[in-house]
Design a protein around this ligand. Structure first.
Ligand code: AQP
Length: 321
């Protein structure tokens, strides 16, 4: 079974990226899957148009993958742009892609509404994403819920291509975990690098505590019962707490007499249990960026070799050989 996923270097990694996607990456890598994980730097060009910033973001995300446990001995780990053939496959897929399929994608409309320039790259992004997946013959794509529609587009394109050219491409499936499919941000919307509503993975304890203590809550008086399922603090606490502790806090909410400050403090403590080892590893790796760059270059070589196999099949199928 081949697993593939990517993350855009469009800002600092947050717990939405981790619980929605990266936690699955690490688990799958430690099972028997053949894993490919990449930094989606071509994709980030749709929103990051400062070259120094893009380079810095790629290094930041590279550190992030390694700090949470991606092991380059077990996974092929690389920047997307080290496999330029992916843009060639994007073209081949474009030629079988109905315009309507892309017009139905909600992410384009969302990003334009957020103020991103409505450039062709942003519109065409799901085809590049399909090529990213298909070029490695990927079977499984671990992602958060926001990527579900794009994986459907990928499947549609692989099937359309195969209908025209024969059984050339592997049709992948998404792996989305129900409990962590959409991690809410501190403002209750989806946690997202571009909404300034994140709990970052590697930010030190001090600023993280400030952010947690400022999470907006409702004005229910302290003595009254509260609804845990309508509270962002409880939803985030569930990510870090075991079942017994989740039940404890559920009871505290519903029986009343609990202030939000108390549960926020516990969320902070629990988050440190998960995030402190990530923070330490991130700081350690940051001291040796040459190692990180070597890892990316080695991963790039392996990824190019795997991509070549599929591209040769594609070129031959469409009549370019
Ligand atoms: N809030 C989230 N809940 C669950 N999963 C999430 N992911 C992102 N946010 C959440 C998953 O993380 C992986 C990498 O995402 P990405 O960085 O490539 O793009 P994104 O989904 O667009 O993430 P952001 O933070 O919202 O980035 P920007 O602001 O740049 O658009 C994906 O598997 C995603 O599902």
């Amino acid at each position: 079974m081949r697993v593939l996923s990517g993350i855009q270097p469009s800002g600092k990694l947050h717990i939405g990226n981790y619980f929605g996607a990266m936690q699955q990456f690490v688990e799958m890598q430690n099972q028997d899957a053949e894993c490919f994980f990449f930094i989606a730097d071509y994709h980030a060009m749709t929103s990051v148009q400062d070259p120094a910033q893009l380079r810095a973001n790629v290094e930041e995300v590279a550190l992030g993958y390694l700090a949470v446990g991606i092991d380059p001995e077990k996974s092929v780990f690389f920047p997307q742009s080290q496999v330029p053939a992916v843009t060639e496959l994007t073209w081949a897929l474009s030629c079988v892609c109905p315009m309507g399929l892309l017009q139905r994608c909600v992410s384009y409309k969302d990003k334009v509404e957020q103020g991103l320039a409505p450039n062709h790259g942003l519109f065409y992004y799901p085809v590049l994403q399909a090529a990213d997946i298909i070029i490695y013959d990927s079977d499984i794509v671990p992602v958060g819920q926001d990527q579900k529609q794009h994986i459907e587009v990928t499947r549609d394109l692989a099937i359309k291509f195969n209908n025209i050219y024969g059984d050339v491409l592997t049709v992948p499936k998404a792996s989305i975990r129900e409990n962590t499919a959409v991690i809410p941000g501190l403002d209750g919307r989806k946690m997202s690098k571009s909404y300034d509503n994140t709990l970052e993975l590697f930010t030190p304890q001090g600023p993280t505590k400030k952010k947690i203590m400022r999470i907006p809550t409702d004005s229910t008086p302290m003595e009254d019962p509260k609804d845990p399922d309508a509270c962002t603090v409880f939803t985030l606490l569930k990510l870090f707490a075991d079942e017994a502790e989740q039940q404890h806090w559920r009871k505290r909410y519903t029986e009343g007499g609990m202030g939000y400050g108390e549960v926020k403090k516990r969320l902070f403590e629990l988050s440190n249990e998960t995030l402190d080892p990530f923070r330490a590893r991130y700081e350690e790796l940051k001291k040796d960026m040459d190692y990180v760059r070597d890892v990316l270059n080695e991963g790039g070589k392996k990824a190019r070799a795997a991509a070549d196999v599929v591209m040769e099949r594609v070129r031959s199928a469409v009549g370019l050989r």
